[in-house]
Design a protein around this ligand. Structure first.
Ligand code: CO8
Length: 254
């Protein structure tokens, strides 16, 4: 991960695992938590931009190779830990976080963007929650936050088909605030951060807290339970194995 101050008050955090399309393993989640909590506790930092390194991906999801052999208990724990350290943490930060979606934002990658306070996309971005194609469900808040952002019907369709949508459709859905040419994405994120940073940091923190208060927490617990449950299925073993073997899965529903 690369942490860079773009100005006295603005920090850019780049997830830096480009060979694995910035997939989130435990180590990256822990590093992100440390960097974000440092930013949150530093009164000088008034906004954070999150981006993926390389030209291809924001984040292509949770690290499938890390969790493919986990038991249901380990799966549930991974989901709960990730929620606490990263996804819920980001959502509740008083320092606003802008997700600059510079390529694939899939699974946990889109879930991190959904937990962020503002989402901007490069015209090359592709977004989706493809978990059911692996025999699992979104486990980092996607079943809850996608519907909060784009409505239940569209969220249901995206999650059940597992299909990716492009940046234009994401804009039409209200999933991202703006779509810009790829090379202009960081500039647009800086411009948006600057607009936010003109305002009272104290009031911004309180506004985030008030907006979040409208949304219940029960569904997140259910999601972690069911995420763990999926790990007990044959479909989960088949789906993750098919991914690493680069073939289509043969699901049986067991
Ligand atoms: N996990 C692990 N490795 C990954 C991931 C991932 N999510 N995505 C890509 N990679 C790796 C590939 O395995 C490959 O590695 P290697 O070169 O060592 O074989 C490398 O990144 C490059 O990827 P590809 O060769 O596949 O690149 P392509 O351009 O052909 O395809 C895609 C790009 C379409 C993005 C493709 O990589 C893909 O489909 N990736 C997986 C996307 C996905 O299914 N994401 C969801 C993951 S599940 C998830 O996020 C669950 C969230 C909840 C978790 C809660 C607790 C764990």
């Amino acid at each position: 991960m690369i942490v860079k101050n773009l100005s006295d008050h603005l920090q850019l955090i780049t997830i830096n695992r480009p060979q694995q399309l910035n997939a989130l393993n435990r180590e990256v989640i822990a590093e992100l938590h440390r960097a974000l909590s440092r930013a949150e506790e530093d009164p000088q930092i008034r906004a954070v931009i999150l981006m993926g390194s390389g030209d291809k991906a924001f984040i292509a999801g949770a690290d499938i190779k890390e969790f493919m052999h986990f038991t249901p208990e380990e799966g549930k724990k991974l989901s709960e830990e990730g929620q606490r350290l990263l996804f819920d943490y980001v959502e509740q930060m008083h320092t606003p976080v802008i997700a600059a979606i510079n390529g694939y934002a899939l699974g946990g990658g889109l879930e991190l963007a959904l937990a962020s306070h503002v989402r901007l996309a490069s015209e090359r971005a592709k977004m989706g929650l493809p978990e059911v194609s692996l025999g699992v469900i979104p486990g980092y808040g996607g079943t809850q936050r996608l519907a909060q952002h784009i409505g239940k019907g569209r969220a249901m369709e995206m999650i059940l088909t597992g299909k990716m949508i492009d940046a234009r459709k994401a804009y039409d859905y209200g999933l991202v605030g703006e779509v810009v040419p790829h090379e202009k994405l960081l500039d647009k994120a800086v411009e948006t951060a600057e607009a936010i940073m003109k305002n009272s940091p104290a009031a911004i923190g309180l506004a985030i807290e008030a907006i979040n208060a409208a949304y219940g927490r029960d569904g997140f617990k259910v999601e972690s339970e069911l995420f763990g449950k999926a790990f007990a299925t044959e479909d989960f073993k088949e789906g993750t194995r098919a991914f690493v073997e680069r073939r289509k899965p043969n699901f049986t529903g067991k």
